[in-house]
Design a protein around this ligand. Structure first.
Ligand code: SF4
Ligand code: SF4
Length: 439
């Protein structure tokens, strides 16, 4: 206990802990508080718990660790906070300290974490192999057998649910498809370094292809450094800070060598950590300046297209055709960290023949939150149930998102709570590209 308290003391920013004036303005923004009504499940409550452990008022015991892992890390509490408490940093610091000592993870959770954080995500070649294996599983008939026999559900009901909504994997990644440089169409407006994303480039390879083609159409030359790796978001949010830093340093080197004006991401979860590399590396000797260079160039693809790109042309609606009704589910990290929730809405609402209807609480987390929906299935499902009630109330035919995790969670929500014949979930780039008229 005492050694964990020492580590918490060392890692937690005490000034940030005391900045919290306990006003409670953040409570209505917090999904876990909204679901439970419990102070301990709120940002204010979690900050109080962190401070109490550091001050020696309570022990950093298993319930404390569990409470820290109940947080989604969605950071909806930050924009709501008048004192500008950096809650995202506090929860990462607390989890980092816990990871140094913890024994709380059950066997299979520990296994999933090790596989995800160390075995898979840092290695793009392994991610590609996984994609190919998954494609074989999907195409060979194995998937059908596994579903019929219920074999997938042996490990966990949640994993079995997730398996049902996996997209077709194993398409060509952007570098295999285009090489590392793609020319701008027409007059060049700038050079964009594309952050391909380890999951995006395997599970959503088509979205990545469309991203490249849209950026070129909008006037950007695209460079895709092949030496880039995972952004480190999952690692940082789960207490694996040292590994997140290593991944960040590799990415900085890769993009500096490419000489780019912007670094673009089409996944809110990745973009949010990329834009905070300056914070992640602020106390790593010799890296802070380079990290500032990198973070200052990061933009979400929707923001870049809406603010800096050439105007794109889209298919006109046919006379008498009813508009397609869509709704937009925010990526928490795009909205709360990158402050980029407006750009996708602008691009979508400008589309001819499309009616964007806001769902209630569109800015509230869908329960995906990295691997939260696997490690905390009960809360994730409860949040998803409510999200789908709001999405269904819009009667939209499409739920559009800006992040692969949210997209999978929305697909899961449709599978469980909506009419699959009439509603589908899609990435904003897919939705735009499919209506774009190319030069
Ligand atoms: S990050 Fe999200 S879940 Fe965690 S305390 Fe803040 S609002 Fe609540
Ligand atoms: S809004 Fe900010 S200052 Fe107020 S309780 Fe929440 S974290 Fe503390």
């Amino acid at each position: 206990m005492d050694s964990m308290r020492q580590t918490l003391k060392l890692k937690l920013d005490y000034d940030q802990l005391t900045n919290c004036m306990r006003c409670g303005f953040c409570l209505p923004a917090c999904p876990t508080f909204k679901e439970t009504g419990l102070e301990a499940e709120s940002p204010r409550g979690r900050i109080a718990l962190m401070k109490a452990t550091v001050d020696g008022v309570m022990d950093p015991d298993v319930p404390f660790e569990e409470q820290m892992s109940h947080c989604l890390g969605c950071r909806a509490c930050e924009p709501a906070c008048p004192a500008d408490v950096k809650y995202g940093q506090l929860i990462e610091q607390a989890r980092d300290a816990i990871e140094t000592h913890t024994r709380q993870h059950r066997g299979w959770v520990r296994g999933v974490r090790k596989l995800v954080f160390k075995g898979l995500f840092p290695h793009q070649n392994r991610m590609s192999l996984l994609g190919k294996g998954l494609r074989l599983y999907q195409k060979s008939g194995l998937q059908a057998v596994a579903r019929k026999t219920g074999a997938v559900g042996v490990f966990s009901k949640q994993l079995s649910d997730m398996e049902r909504i996996l997209p077709e994997a194993g398409g060509q990644g952007v570098v295999q498809r285009f090489g590392t440089r793609v020319a701008a169409k027409g007059e060049k407006l700038g050079t964009v370094g594309m952050f391909r994303g380890c999951l995006m480039d395997v599970m959503f390879a088509e979205t990545n292809r469309k991203t490249v083609e849209m950026l070129s159409e909008a006037g950007f030359e695209i460079v895709i450094p092949d030496t880039q790796n995972c952004c480190g978001a999952l690692h940082a949010h789960s207490g694996e800070i040292d590994q997140a830093r290593q991944l960040a340093m590799n990415n900085i080197l890769a993009f500096q060598a490419a000489g780019v004006d912007y670094i673009v991401s089409n996944a809110g979860g990745c973009g949010a950590i990329l834009v905070e590399y300056d914070h992640l590396l602020h106390d790593v000797p010799d890296w802070s300046e380079q990290a500032v260079w990198f973070a200052g160039r990061v933009k979400d693809v929707s923001t870049l297209l809406a603010e800096n790109g050439r105007k794109l042309h889209f298919r006109k609606e046919e006379a008498g055709e009813a508009p397609v009704r869509i709704t937009y589910q925010d990526s928490c990290h795009l909205k709360n960290v990158m402050k980029g929730g407006g750009a996708p809405r602008k691009l979508l609402s400008d589309l001819p023949g499309v009616e964007l209807v806001e769902m209630q609480d569109a800015g509230s987390c869908c329960g995906s939150a990295g691997i939260y929906n696997i490690t905390q299935p009960q809360m994730a499902n409860q949040i998803l149930d409510h999200k789908m009630q709001h999405a269904n109330a819009t009667q939209a035919s499409y739920i559009v998102t800006s992040n692969p995790g949210c997209l999978l969670q929305m697909k899961l929500g449709i599978e469980k709570h909506a009419d699959r014949e009439h509603v589908q979930a899609t990435h904003v780039i897919d939705f735009l590209y499919d209506r774009m008229v190319k030069r």
